[in-house]
Design a protein. Structure first.
Length: 341
């Protein structure tokens, strides 16, 4: 029987033949939990009374909080790549098994202390995923602050605010010009990888920035390098190599298929993150077979920053970063120095 919704009812409460029920979200890919509040003949005042009695026990869990944030305008205002990433993080956090056998998502908000968050980060570190744990902690913190700001939750302080992140060691992998050239040649069988590699190197762009790049960014002066994550946009001057990258001569990318995207599939559609990841994983296997040490796609941007001629401020302007500290994480090329006289 279809569930009936009345605007006078509390959130998550519906009228069914058996009575008024409250449906509770307990995690992605999990069936909604239905809790009967009272009979169908009960007055609305009784429905609200039973809702309030059940709310703190059945709604205010970590899964509930993250689901509320995921359905918010704040979440929807993020870039698609960010939404996809955070949705995956929500799934992992909610499904994470605790020592008592329960999932982290089922934990009541009022019982989640700073110590609980610390233990979660320590567990992620033991799992070999300290960086992923940091990102998940940040997501919980963002969702918690979003809820506090809007009185979605009241009187429960954000437990993440005093918890230090796991220590992360920055990557130091530098893809040399020779390694890049070999990988670029291996990427011939994946039509859109070569132009993506060139944009990552020549314009110091991230994966998401390239996947979202459109023909409208092709300007007379150069390529309109639009960045995310608060980095500074720039116009990268044209070079023969950059012109070839944005007007790739691949029959898939520049043939009869018309698309607004710089890189696209055979139907002109935007390349998905999942499709890209799959192709890059296959390319890394080819690197190994060719006797190379494989590198990540993001290492190409680092190589592009490292190979910029000039001082730190020249590299900072080219990279789009707002501070030297961040830029230096990407500057991985060892400097050639003179011996002591």
């Amino acid at each position: 029987m279809p569930i009936k919704r009345d605007n006078k009812l509390p959130p998550y409460v519906y009228l069914r033949k058996s009575g008024y029920v409250m449906r509770v979200y307990i995690g992605k890919n999990q069936p909604m939990k239905a809790i009967k509040l009272c009979s169908a003949s009960a007055p609305i005042s009784e429905v609200w009374k039973q809702y309030e009695l059940n709310k703190s026990n059945n709604l205010q869990t970590l899964s509930w909080l993250l689901r509320e944030y995921e359905s918010s305008d704040s979440f929807k205002g993020n870039a698609k790549s960010t939404r996809d990433m955070q949705s995956g993080q929500i799934t992992r956090v909610c499904a994470y098994k605790l020592r008592n056998g329960n999932t982290f998502g089922s934990a009541k908000l009022k019982l989640i202390t700073s110590g609980k968050i610390r233990k979660y980060l320590d567990a992620r570190k033991r799992d070999g995923s300290p960086s992923a744990g940091n990102r998940e902690r940040s997501l919980i913190s963002v969702a918690w602050n979003w809820a506090l700001e809007r009185d979605v939750i009241i009187g429960i302080n954000n437990p993440c605010s005093v918890v230090k992140k796991n220590e992360e060691k920055p990557r130091t992998r530098y893809a040399s010009p020779d390694e890049y050239a070999k990988a670029y040649q291996l990427a011939e069988r994946y039509p859109y990888l070569q132009p993506m590699m060139e944009l990552a190197y020549l314009c110091r762009m991230r994966r998401g920035e390239i996947l979202n790049a459109t023909r409208a960014q092709i300007l007379e002066k150069g390529f309109d390098t639009m960045r995310t994550k608060g980095s500074n946009d720039a116009i990268t001057r044209w070079s023969p190599r950059l012109l070839k990258a944005v007007n790739c001569d691949s029959p898939v990318l520049s043939g009869s298929v018309k698309s607004i995207y710089i890189v696209h599939d055979r139907r002109g559609q935007q390349i998905t993150v999942e499709a890209f990841k799959s192709a890059w994983t296959r390319l890394k296997r080819l690197m190994v077979k060719a006797g190379m040490e494989p590198f990540n796609f993001h290492d190409i941007k680092a190589a592009g920053v490292s190979d910029v001629e000039g001082n730190d401020y020249d590299k900072l302007q080219a990279s789009g970063h707002k501070d030297l500290k961040t830029m230096r994480i990407y500057d991985r090329k060892k400097r050639l120095v003179d011996p002591t006289e």
